[in-house]
Ligand binder design. Structure first.
Ligand code: ADP
Ligand code: AMP
Length: 235
């Protein structure tokens, strides 16, 4: 009887832990709002926000070898080769701060990346809980990206019309001057959208097959989109 009670307590404790672990992937076209929502999720549920784009931009800024290699692809609106991305993410999600979950933003972006992630997680007895696809038609994307302004210091992102700063061109959070990302210029955006449809969109069917795909209307305003996501992840 005593043993049964202890097993019951053990299961309860571990179920409780499992309920708190949230491993989330943000899917969607460039400019769909993945980073904006990932930051809200990470802040609300106290889990790390892992953006491969941010990791590459930080490497470019620091002038590392990885940054130099990644830049040649990013400037052309192309994806960085899988072999430069996969190990980096697999190592990152194995870190201590990811033990209660994380939100992946911009990874995976190809089927081989998704397969490599699944394989690495399976080896640890883990899995992704939700792949949230933010649906925004191409027609809205160019506007989203040409209006995007990013803070080179703290990484905050705004939109000149939809999510404006209090003082034009200045980051609300840290006071630095905002920039237009090089790859947000309309000629690069068109290429990035083609690459998205060709290489990343197939992930929607991939995660549908694993029964973890959740679709949200990304055209709604930022708070409404966040409410839909919070309802899905049930936290
Ligand atoms: P992604 O990470 O998918 O590339 P971002 O989160 O950086 O996209 O969003 C792209 C641009 O659209 C940014 O300027 C952001 O401020 C703006 N944005 C994000 N969510 C919304 C929204 N729901 N409505 C309008 N603009 C948005
Ligand atoms: P993002 O900030 O997510 O829009 O990413 C900016 C750029 O970084 C992309 O256009 C790619 O060139 C590169 N990049 C980011 N994440 C990945 C990834 N998972 N695989 C390949 N390239 C990536």
């Amino acid at each position: 009887m005593k043993e049964i009670f202890h097993s019951y307590l053990y299961v309860r404790e571990n179920l409780h832990e499992l309920e708190e672990i949230m491993k989330i992937i943000m899917l969607g076209a460039p400019g769909a709002g993945k980073g904006t929502q990932a930051k809200l999720i990470a802040g609300t549920y106290k889990i790390p926000h892992i953006s491969t784009g941010d990791i590459f931009r930080a490497n470019i800024k620091e002038g590392t070898d990885l940054g130099k290699k990644a830049k040649t692809y990013m400037d052309q609106g192309l994806l960085v080769p899988d072999e430069l991305v996969v190990d980096l993410v697999v190592d990152r999600v194995a870190k201590e701060d990811c033990k209660n979950g994380y939100v992946l933003d911009g990874f995976p972006r190809t089927i081989p990346q998704a397969e490599a992630l699944d394989k690495a997680l399976a080896a640890l007895g883990e899995n992704i809980d939700y792949a949230v696809d933010m649906e925004v038609p191409d027609a809205n994307i160019v506007n989203r990206m040409s209006g995007r302004r990013a803070c080179p210091a703290c990484g905050a992102t705004y939109h000149i019309v939809h999510i404006p700063t209090k003082k034009e061109g200045i980051c609300d959070r840290c006071g630095k001057e905002l920039i237009l990302r090089d790859d947000d210029k309309p000629e690069t955006v068109k290429k990035r959208l083609d690459v998205y449809h060709d290489q990343t969109q197939p992930l929607i069917a991939y995660y549908k097959r694993s029964n973890i795909l959740k679709e949200v209307d990304g055209t709604k305003d930022m708070d409404e989109v966040f409410k839909s996501i919070a309802a899905i992840i049930g936290a």
